[in-house]
Design a binder for this molecule. Structure first.
Ligand SMILES: [Zn+2]
Length: 95
């Protein structure tokens, strides 16, 4: 449901959620009880929290602060832990 902004004559401003078909033009102020009218505001569009925003955030962070490797993994550590547990993969040729 969209979040609508209301402002009363006393100057209080608050947000309330209504469905688009049920949003009133006026409602009671949640702070002082006076009649509050719906205020025209910019839409609250945000991509924060989406997977696309996370990708953009990681991409921009890697441009300024790339992840670096400061040491090699321990020799033989990769051979001790298999990458896959599928027995069919054991028959594949080793590099
Ligand atoms: Zn008020």
């Amino acid at each position: 449901m969209p979040n609508y902004s209301f402002r009363c004559a006393e100057g209080c401003a608050f947000d309330a959620m209504y469905s688009m078909s049920e949003v009133p033009r006026q409602t009671a102020c949640t702070k002082c009880g006076a009649t509050a009218t719906r205020a025209i505001t910019a839409p609250h569009l945000s991509a924060a929290g989406s997977s696309a925003y996370g990708l953009l955030e990681r991409s921009s962070r890697s441009a300024h602060d790339p992840q670096t490797v400061d040491r090699l993994p321990a020799r033989g550590a990769a051979s001790r832990q298999p990458v896959t547990r599928n027995p069919l993969h054991a028959k594949l040729p080793k590099p």
